[in-house]
Ligand binder design. Structure first.
Ligand SMILES: Cc1ncc(COP(=O)(O)O)c(C=O)c1O
Length: 399
């Protein structure tokens, strides 16, 4: 099946080789149409006015909440909070739940794989209230090394990625979640990468919080999701204050509204949220079975071709085991930024840098890596172009 025709960017840029979907995915036509439809037919502020247009906009916005709840198997749609992005979702948990329920000396367990978004909010809390931050180690393939003794009575939160954006490792979460709950700790899953490649069932996973961004999931930028179990969200104070999040306001105090509104202060990204529904419906219509099959085939093929380049070193998993469609690598004598720049001249887009995981790069003793990431709309010919491009870049820098 050729999915490229569903994505206008490949029509306007016929030679584009886009291998940076882990940073943000391209958007299918149905999502662009949904954005346009909203502004042309339904544009009004939600929840506030009694007029028919506001009612239409509100219905469209709230419909996405149900679609997202179904997409991740949430029990209730009010357990879905819309934010600006996954980063804001984690900050919301750190500021609202963390500042309320954590105290000096309490431990938050992260891993060496975490994106800065799942690191800085906890470091801020360390500065502010004196929590301790511990890290799960990783083995040579990048997989988490889980030692039960790292979760103790002092552990109050375990916050982990479901798939590393830097190395592509799919982490083993279940035993860690089980142990965390045994000691009464809460669990936050950073599903930014995971949500794009595999179905999620938050109830089966038993995550207390789970976050992801719409823009990596074929949806618009400016929309993030925070899933939280309702009993937790209900006990948490609002993160931002303003319109929409209140029940009643007096000169000297306010009474916060119920979830989810309590956490959605101000006018949200109504168009973006509305169009996110189209993205999930599109993804569901393609189906994870097809997505996984195509992404696995591309990754397997790319690994085989890249391994044949003697000057290229794969960083992270060496094979397909526990790996998603992200491949990190370095090339002898060529800085990753030069690799990306050289490829860009051939219209091949990859990512180079620390991938917002500086502590991981320090741990691996690397300044940066080059990273190619595949989505189901990519094709084998694009892998061939990548490999040819890498050969040319290597020759250019080593002649
Ligand atoms: C694993 C992971 N976590 C968090 C983020 C942050 O996502 P956003 O910038 O959309 O908030 C990213 C984005 O690259 C990511 O890959």
């Amino acid at each position: 099946m050729n999915f490229r025709q569903d994505f206008p960017i490949f029509i306007t840029n016929p030679n584009l080789v886009y291998l940076d979907s882990a940073a943000t995915s391209q958007k299918p036509k149905v999502v662009l149409e949904a954005l346009r439809y909203y502004y042309e037919n339904e544009n009004a502020n939600i929840h506030r006015s009694a007029h028919f247009l506001a009612e239409k906009a509100t219905v469209a916005y709230e419909a996405t909440r149900q679609t997202v709840a179904d997409f991740i198997g949430a029990k209730h749609k009010h357990e879905i909070i819309f934010t600006r992005n996954a980063t804001e979702s984690i900050n919301l948990v750190a500021r609202s739940w963390g500042e309320t329920f954590l105290k000096a000396g309490d431990e938050v367990l992260l891993s060496k794989l975490e994106h800065h978004s799942n690191l800085i909010p906890w470091l801020q809390l360390k500065e502010k209230i004196g929590i301790e931050i511990k890290y799960l180690d990783i083995d040579e393939s990048g997989q988490l090394i889980f030692d039960e003794s790292q979760i103790t009575e002092k552990t109050k939160l375990v916050s982990l990625t479901g798939m590393s954006n830097s190395l592509g490792v799919i982490t083993h979460l279940k035993p860690i979640i089980t142990k965390a709950h045994e000691v009464g700790a809460k669990v936050l899953i950073d599903a930014c990468q995971m949500a794009v490649h595999s179905p999620i069932d938050v109830q089966e996973l038993d995550a207390d919080f789970l976050v992801f961004s719409a823009h990596k999931l074929y949806g618009p930028t400016g929309v993030g999701v925070l899933y939280g179990k309702s009993d937790l969200l209900e006990k948490m104070p609002p993160f931002l204050g303003g319109g929409e999040m209140i029940q009643q306001v007096f000169e000297d105090r306010f009474i916060a509204g119920d979830i989810p509104n309590k956490f959605e202060a101000g006018t949200p990204n109504i168009a973006g949220v509305t169009a996110f529904k189209a993205a999930i419906e599109y993804l569901n219509s393609v189906g994870f079975e097809t997505i996984q099959k195509q992404e696995k085939a591309l990754t397997e093929y790319a690994l085989e071709k890249l391994k044949a380049l003697p000057y290229l070193k794969l960083i992270g998993p060496q094979g397909m085991k526990n790996r998603g469609s992200i491949i990190s690598f370095t090339i002898d004598g060529v800085h990753p930024h030069d690799i990306a720049e050289g490829l860009s001249q051939k219209q091949i887009c990859i990512r180079a840098g620390h991938h917002c995981t500086q502590p991981l790069m320090d741990y691996l003793e690397l300044p940066a890596t080059a990273r190619a990431s595949f989505a189901f709309y990519n094709e084998v010919e694009e892998v061939d172009k990548l490999v040819k491009g890498l050969e040319e870049v290597y020759e250019y820098f080593n002649q």
